[in-house]
Design a protein. Sequence first.
Length: 156
Amino acid sequence: MGKFNKTGKREMPALNTSSLPDLIFTLLFFFMIVTTMREVTLKVKIDLPKGTELEKLEKKSLVTFIYVGEPTDEYRGKMGTESRIQLNDAYAEIGQIGDFIFQERSSMSEGDQGKMTVSLKVDQGTKMGIVTDVKNALRQAYALKINYSSNKRDKK
């Protein structure tokens, strides 16, 4: 018969941490997939108009965005209340659109340059004159594929 030692204290076994790195990398991978990075900080207010016949863009990597609207409250003191054009993270004038389109095209591969689409995100309160000026500047830069962004209209 074996002896049992009842007087000795039992020690807690060590915690097995061999699967901890797998768990950490799984969580890291999950958050990398789920998180989206904002590419542009909007400096203009955009309340997109409502539309009924909408189509989703197929390849977003070929889309270049131009934002038109009133400056946000933060920039209203400097820029006023008139509608402004935003290219990437900066305000721009009509004359700068051609250079912007050239830079965006040069960052794409040669095969994709012809498929480039310019998406106009225009506030619904913006006057049509500035939109026409943007369209004319795009025409001069040979950016002829233009898309207007809008929200889906609720069916009632």
